[in-house]
Design a binder for this molecule. Structure first.
Ligand SMILES: NC(=O)c1ccc[n+]([C@@H]2O[C@H](COP(=O)([O-])OP(=O)(O)OC[C@H]3O[C@@H](n4cnc5c(N)ncnc54)[C@H](O)[C@@H]3O)[C@@H](O)[C@H]2O)c1
Length: 596
């Protein structure tokens, strides 16, 4: 029989604690909510009220249920109020000495059978537990932010946690509708161990002016389908908390440089820029605690202003190539009203591309997204050619040929001879340095990267890559074109992986390393990222879709260019590729897809 928890204590009513109180009270459990001082208690009460009021306004909670919820919560200053609860969850700031002091005190105040749990993200639950006389009744219950919304709970057992305590806590999680993954006590557990290297890397991109905060966040939201970008997420987590988590993970997790907090973070914390909770972090918020972002001095002007920034007028576009990307890009431009010249290496290839574009446009008609007239007009705007000479009068060329530097360089040298002055020359490369391609021409200032995502007609993101030779006008033109296509163009520097792949693939690689180390299973890791962080797919699902060979190649490129030891490809990934397990396309990757 699982233990009955009728009263639960929560210590610390900040970002996490207030949400945890809500989770319990919503599920009919009485809560004793404790803070360090009366003003902090009032803040916690206000956070709980704000959250439940929003739930009522959204129609997710009835007014009567909200009132009943509040009646279940008893607020108090000081730990003494916790003398008769069945379980305590501690959610005070991420400092080991503070948590140890609180656990020693809880051990004294609480009944001998009370379970003591910490919501720590990165500290050792074992070290916290030995501050008590009952380490076998100490456990980690790691909720995700916002606690009332996120489905995942990581249950952390130490080497001394009693099995029945683990079982009771698992049953409790199930009772309030959370999915738990139970794991051993390791820095960052599953989700944070995979998340924080990525978040810190995003901060370093921002710190080095590699891309703007808006562009970094838009890239990850639109390119990977994440619920929010990394800098907005840092603001939600709280920069002080994020700093402490990174610092602890760096020290506990093998001194991986990727967890060494980026210096900017410390500066922001010292300056009181803690994220949403203080009203300002990477973004500025309406008021402390508000989720509403307001414009500030770093907010970029609207897209129209980019046009004023020297963007050139583009009417006619050449697209070179006959693969998936070229086909999609032709469709995107033609649908947006541009005149398009498609150039392939032979009329046979042109006929194939033409068929593929027609099929895709027809699908749009069948789905009601396009009228027949629009389809015909789009097709009418495309001319098909097998010679580059037809690009003499276009305003923009988009190259989407095979991903080989020698081929692309030769093509750009030809374009340089054929195209009129002032043309913007763009490459869709996803991994080669754009500057190499640019220097194959006499006009590197006019060369940019336009990294479309697959499938181009669907994916809303384009990475606009600016080399050290790209002129502001060429970059502005590329960005204005993206806007005219109805896409979000994010501008970034010319580094391996641009924004999306540079942030995404090391995370996927880390997941493989975690699996390889037998810390958890592929299923639990996928669960953790989907339910704890709102990712549309878990890392192993995504790797199988992208292809393990493609993923390995990108990871190798990142490692070679950035020389970051933590980016070294996981041996397991290499072995699977060697064995021919490439993912869905070979019906086997991390999972067996032969029966699906
Ligand atoms: N922020 C997140 O996204 C997140 C997610 C999961 C877990 N966590 C973990 O949750 C814990 C709390 O983090 P947070 O972001 O909510 O921090 P926070 O700074 O928002 O809140 C901490 C609260 O603890 C209170 N407090 C401090 N000392 C206290 C004491 N002696 N007694 C009672 N209350 C005290 C503070 O007044 C404050 O309200 C940390 O261990 C953190 O790692 C955070």
């Amino acid at each position: 029989m699982a233990r009955e928890f009728s009263t639960v204590g929560v210590v610390g009513l900040g970002t996490m604690g207030a949400g945890i109180v809500e989770v319990f009270a919503r599920n009919g459990i009485d809560v004793v909510a404790v803070e360090i001082s009366a003003p902090a208690l009032e803040r916690g009460r206000a956070t709980l009220k704000g959250s439940t009021d929003r739930a009522v306004a959204k129609g997710k909670l009835a007014e009567a249920d909200r009132d009943a919820l509040h009646e279940r919560v008893h607020f108090a200053v000081g730990l003494d109020a916790l003398h008769s609860v069945d379980l305590v969850i501690e959610a005070v700031p991420e400092h080991l000495d503070l948590k140890q002091r609180i656990f020693a005190e809880l051990d004294r105040v609480c009944r001998p059978e009370t379970i003591l749990a910490t919501n720590t993200s990165s500290l050792s639950v074992t070290e916290i537990s030995v501050a008590t006389s009952r380490p076998n009744q100490v456990i980690g219950i790691h909720f995700f932010n916002p606690a009332p919304v996120m489905k995942l709970v990581e249950v952390v057992r130490t080497v001394v946690t009693a099995p029945e305590v683990v079982a009771d806590v698992e049953a409790l999680c199930a009772r309030f509708g959370k999915v738990d993954v139970t794991i051993n006590d390791r820095a960052g557990f599953i989700a944070n161990a995979l998340l924080f290297g990525y978040l810190n890397h995003a901060v370093s991109m921002f710190e080095s002016h590699y891309a703007t905060r808006e562009d970094i966040d838009a890239a990850m939201k639109l390119g990977c389908g994440l619920p929010m970008g990394p800098l907005a997420l840092m603001d939600l987590i709280g920069l002080d908390t994020a700093y402490e988590i990174l610092d602890t993970m760096y020290r506990r997790g093998g001194r991986d440089r990727r967890h060494a907090p980026v210096p900017l973070l410390k500066q922001m914390v010292t300056a009181g820029l803690l994220g949403r909770k203080s009203g300002r972090g990477f973004y500025t918020y309406e008021r402390p605690g508000s989720p509403v972002v307001v414009p500030d001095e770093a907010t970029p002007p609207a897209t129209d202003a980019a046009l004023a920034d020297g963007a050139r007028a583009i009417a006619k576009v050449g697209v070179v190539g006959s693969g998936t990307m070229a086909t999609g890009i032709i469709e995107v431009f033609a649908k947006a009203g541009y005149e398009v010249v498609s150039v392939t290496r032979g009329m046979e290839k042109s006929a194939k591309v033409c068929e593929a574009v027609k099929t895709s446009l027809n699908k749009g008609v069948v789905r009601g997204k396009l009228t027949e007239a629009d389809r015909d007009a789009a097709l009418g705007r495309i001319s098909w050619s097998a010679t580059l000479d037809h690009l003499a009068d276009v305003d923009l060329v988009v190259e989407a040929v095979v991903e080989e530097l020698s081929v692309k360089k030769a093509l750009f040298a030809s374009l340089d001879e054929i195209c009129k002055p002032g043309v913007v020359l763009a490459t869709t490369t996803s991994s080669l340095p754009v500057i190499d391609v640019a220097m194959a021409t006499q006009r590197p200032a006019d060369v940019v990267g336009l990294h479309f995502f697959n499938p181009a007609p669907v994916m809303p993101l384009v990475e606009v890559v600016r080399t050290i030779r790209t002129s502001p006008e060429a970059a502005a033109t590329a960005r204005a074109v993206c806007a005219a296509l109805g896409k979000t163009g994010v501008v970034c520097g010319d580094r391996s992986g641009f924004i999306v792949n540079a942030l995404l693939f090391p995370y996927l690689n880390d997941a493989v390393k975690m699996l390889e180390a037998s810390y958890s299973t592929a299923d639990d890791i996928d669960h953790a990222m989907k339910l704890g962080c709102g990712y549309p797919m878990g890392p192993f699902e995504l790797l199988d879709v992208v292809g393990l060979d493609v993923s390995l190649a990108i990871q190798r490129e990142l490692y070679l260019e950035l020389r970051e030891p933590g980016f070294a490809p996981a041996p397991l990934l290499e072995h699977l590729v060697t064995a021919g397990y490439l993912g869905r396309k070979t019906r086997r990757g991390f999972r067996d897809h032969s029966h699906r």
